[in-house]
Every structure is written in C-alpha cells, then in structure tokens.
Design a protein. Structure first.
Length: 257
C-alpha cells in the first residue's frame, strides 16, 4: 500500500507543493504491534506508478515488495521539477551543467530538511524502527550521488544505502573524489553501488571513476557491494531489475522466498 500527500519544503521551494510517498508492507496492517525499518529514497514519483513517472516507467517498487512480502517501509519525496531544481537539490557541490547552466548546490539544505523534518514526521506518524541500524537511504543517478553524500555526512542517521548509477561526474568528478576520499565511515556502514555497462560512454572516464569510488569506500571502512550490470542502462526499467540485489545486499530480505 502506498500513501501519498502534499508537502512543502520552505527552505527550498517556499510554499510550492510536491508529493510525499510512504509504502507500507502488508505486515504493517496485519500486525498492529510490529515496527519496520525504513529506506528513504529520492525521486519518489518514479518509484511506484508508471502514471506518475517522468518517462512513463517506474521502478515498480511496490509490486516487488508486495510480491516478496519484504518487511520494509519506503519513504520518498517527489523531486523539484522546475528548471534545474532537481539537479540543484540533488547535488552537494555546485557545478556547470553540459548546457552551460550553473547548478548551485542545495543538497545540504535538502538533507538537513530530510533528517530534521521529514524523518521525524515519518517516525512520529508510522510504526518505524527509527534507529540508525534500521534506517537506509537510496536513489539513482543524482539520487545515487546524494545517497553517497548522505552516508558520508549524515552517517549518524543512516547505516546503509543503495546508490544506483550515481552521478560521479559532477564538477568533473573531482568533488566526488574528495568527498569519498576524506570519508570516515562508521564500522557498520553498508553500501550497494552499481553501474550499467551501457552507461560508461555517457561521461568521460566513468569506468575509472566508478572503480576509484568503490576503492575509496572500501579503504575508508564501508562494507561495499559493487556491481557492473551487464547490459544495464540509465533508466527506471534497468534500475527496477536491480531491486532484489540492493535490497538483499542491505539486509532487507523477502519473507516470501
């Protein structure tokens, strides 16, 4: 079951509304005493419904979770669709986009809102396991970049994360190298990261950037599951196929095996 409602993020977009989404597993209704781990995710509009997805194809996440009876809550928020709003909110570093536009980083503001306002709201209104051990974060593309940023800078809230096709190329890749190179992860930080084999031609040196990012994560103490997805593309259809891999890698196992 997916609940959705309108919210605002005043620090970023004033009183402009966007949708928030919460997926609740079947066990949530059937067992009123149970509490569940939570994964916070980016691009909430692309996760559950093809009708709301930007390109007409969602991850089909609720269908997978329903079919496998995976006991987890997903909390997600629609991105900022106005202009370069999504890029700005989903980057921790400013950069110049390929069309010459300057992208001013608002990723810190977004994450501050998520951990100080959105997470407390979810914990206060749903039966969550709110501790760090049971709190994850995940996303793809720029959302994948933000997942890595969250695990580096907001590790007191998140113990695990899934970064699918993360945008390691921002600011020529140097900012991400510095971010991951200086990271000091807690000893129980788990990260899943992948890239589709057909994505490597999208940006120069992407293959080496992915390898270097994985090495930095490992060297700095994270438990890393890294994959190159054969034939994988930069698309919701491809990310949908990776759901079992990142869910299982992060310890969210189906009850219906």
């Amino acid at each position: 079951m997916v609940e959705k409602w309108n919210i605002t993020i005043p620090a970023l977009t004033g009183d402009r509304q966007r949708k928030a989404y919460v997926y609740l597993p079947a066990q949530y209704k059937n067992d009123a005493d149970s509490r569940f781990p939570v994964m916070y995710m980016f691009d909430g509009h692309n996760l559950f419904s093809d009708g709301e997805a930007t390109y007409g194809k969602s991850w089909g996440l609720s269908q997978y979770l329903d079919n496998t009876q995976t006991p987890i809550i997903i909390a997600a928020v629609e991105c900022n669709h106005v202009g370069h709003g999504r890029l700005e909110e989903y980057t921790p570093v400013s950069f110049t986009f390929k069309d010459g536009s300057r992208i001013n980083a608002k990723g810190k503001k977004y994450m501050d809102w998520l951990v100080k306002e959105f997470k407390p709201y979810i914990d206060g209104n749903f039966r969550t396991l709110s501790d760090r051990k049971n709190t994850a974060i995940g996303g793809s593309s720029m959302g994948g970049l933000m997942t890595l940023y969250a695990l580096v800078k907001y590790g007191k809230y998140f113990s695990k994360g899934a970064a699918l096709s993360p945008s390691l190329w921002v600011n020529g890749g140097e900012a991400v190298k510095q971010l991951l190179g200086s990271a000091k992860f807690r000893k129980d930080t788990y990260i899943y990261m992948d890239y589709g084999s057909r994505e490597f031609d999208r940006h120069d040196s992407q293959r080496s950037s992915f390898a270097e990012a994985c090495a930095s994560l490992i060297q700095n103490g994270a438990f890393v599951t890294a994959r190159i997805v054969a034939g994988g593309t930069h698309s919701e259809a491809s990310w949908e196929k990776q759901i079992p891999y990142f869910m299982n890698s992060l310890g969210f196992y189906p009850e219906n095996k």
